[in-house]
Design a protein around this ligand. Structure first.
Ligand code: MN3
Length: 215
């Protein structure tokens, strides 16, 4: 039995994921997002998605070796939820930056032009994304994303931790609309979270993602 486990461990093909470090301190996004909120969000919520994703992927490998297709199918919601949570938060942290490190302001260059082409103005885009984020019922995400089918920008929303890729578009800028993302700083007033978060958006990161997605 032990021998079997050791062999399986040595021959495991499962790639284990790690919680990425934040590119700024837990208190760096204050007063928009408090230190306590950021620390819990990263070191507890995101960490749990990573732990549970790794457990599910290791379970999947065991089931694959055992040829248990029914159990593999039953495992997929855990991979979707925890894998989506890991993917979404890994993008989200890099989408944000303290004002001192370039957070806030407006996009420039090709991204700015693409926003104007789709919405007419940066303010019109912000209004559209804010309205779509506000309309999410329960937990989910709003994304500014690149749609390969139109070669243009769009705003999509996803329930739970479904990653933006499930919409067929490429994520550029995400806004986490789970209560854990704003409640400690804004209580129930989602609208204020959506008003303030623009002042810590790392547009340089979003521009890089747009350049990668649209080339
Ligand atoms: Mn979250």
């Amino acid at each position: 039995m032990l021998g079997t486990i050791a062999r399986r461990s040595l021959s495991s093909k499962t790639v284990l994921h790690e919680l990425p470090k934040l590119p700024y301190a837990y208190d760096a996004l204050e007063p928009v997002l408090s230190r306590e909120l950021m620390e819990l969000h990263h070191s507890k919520h995101h960490a749990a998605y990573v732990t549970n994703l790794n457990a599910a992927l290791q379970k999947q490998e065991e089931l694959e070796e055992a040829g248990d297709v029914a159990a593999m199918v039953a495992l997929q919601p855990a991979i979707k939820f925890n894998g989506g949570g890991h993917v979404n938060h890994s993008i989200f942290w890099t989408n944000l930056a303290p004002a001192k490190q370039g957070g806030g302001g407006q996009p420039s260059g090709a991204l700015s032009q693409a926003i104007d082409k789709r919405w007419g103005s940066f303010d019109a885009f912000k209004t559209d994304m804010t309205n779509k984020a506000m309309a999410i019922q329960g937990s989910g995400w709003a994304w500014l994303s690149y749609d390969p089918s139109t070669k243009g920008l769009t705003v999509v929303t996803c329930a739970n931790q479904d990653p933006c890729s499930t919409t067929g578009t490429v994520p550029l800028l995400g806004i986490d609309m789970w209560e854990h993302a704003f409640y400690l700083s804004y209580r129930n007033v989602k609208a204020n979270y959506l008003k303030e978060i623009w002042s810590i958006v790392n547009w340089k990161n979003v521009e890089e993602r747009f350049a990668d997605a649209s080339k």
